[in-house]
Design a protein around this ligand. Structure first.
Ligand code: HEM
Length: 169
C-alpha cells in the first residue's frame, strides 16, 4: 500500500482537473459565476476586517466553539486564515490548487473534531456577514439616493450594491 504522505489530498481523493470541471458542471457553476465573484471582490475586500471580526465575535459567543478555538494565539492565526479564505473565495480562480487548499482546510477541521453542524452553521454566518458588511461598505450604499430611486434589497440575486456608482452627470 502506498504511503499517503507521498500524495497530495487531490491525488488521494482522485480529483484532477477533469473531475473539478465535472463537479462545477454538477453544481451549475460556470465561467459567468467565477467572473461575478471576481467582480464582487472589490466590494468585499474593504469589508474583510469587519466580516472577520463579526464572524469570530459570533462564533465565540458559543461556548463549545470558544473551547475548541481555545486561546488568543489560535484566535489570531484564525483571523489571518479566515481573511485568506474569504480573499480566495473571490479570486475568480477555482483550480486544482484552490480545491487542494479547500480539502486541506476540511482535513484540519476533521482532525480538530469540529462537528459538521458547527462548520455548516459557520458557513451560513460567514455568507450572511459577507453580504451585510459588503453592502455597508459599498460606495453605492454611501451614495445619497436619487429622487424616485427605490431602496436596495439585499436579497436580490444581482449584486447591484457592488456596481461602480455612475457619475451624477
Ligand atoms: C465558515 C466556516 C469555517 C471556515 C471557512 C474556517 C476556516 C479555517 C481555516 C482557513 C483554517 C486554517 C487551516 C490551516 O491550518 O491551513 C482554520 C483552522 C481552524 N479552525 Fe476553522 N473555519 C471554519 C469553521 C470553524 C469552526 C466552526 C470552528 C470551531 C468549532 C473552527 C476552528 C478552527 C480551529 C481550532 C483551527 C486551527 C487553528 C490553528 O491552530 O492554527 N473553524 N479554519
Amino acid at each position: 500500500m502506498g504511503n499517503k504522505t507521498e500524495e497530495t489530498l487531490l491525488q488521494q481523493h482522485r480529483i484532477d482537473e477533469f473531475e473539478i470541471e465535472r463537479r462545477k458542471a454538477l453544481f451549475g457553476f460556470g465561467a459567468t459565476d467565477a467572473a461575478a465573484l471576481l467582480q464582487a471582490r472589490s466590494c468585499v475586500l474593504p469589508a474583510l476586517d469587519a466580516v472577520v471580526e463579526a464572524f469570530y465575535r459570533q462564533q465565540t459567543a458559543n461556548e463549545e466553539i470558544a473551547l475548541i478555538i481555545g486561546d488568543s494565539e489560535t484566535m489570531r492565526r484564525l483571523h489571518l486564515a479566515q481573511r485568506q479564505y474569504i480573499d480566495d473565495l473571490f479570486s475568480g480562480i477555482y483550480d486544482e490548487n484552490y480545491v487542494n487548499n479547500r480539502l486541506r482546510i476540511g482535513v484540519v477541521h476533521k482532525r480538530i473534531g469540529v462537528a459538521p453542524k458547527y462548520y455548516l452553521s459557520a458557513v451560513g454566518t460567514l455568507r450572511r456577514l459577507s453580504r451585510e458588511q459588503s453592502i455597508r461598505t459599498s460606495p453605492m450604499q454611501r451614495m445619497p439616493r436619487r429622487q424616485g430611486q427605490r431602496s436596495q434589497s439585499s436579497s436580490s440575486s444581482t449584486p447591484h450594491w457592488c456596481s461602480t456608482p455612475t457619475s451624477e452627470a
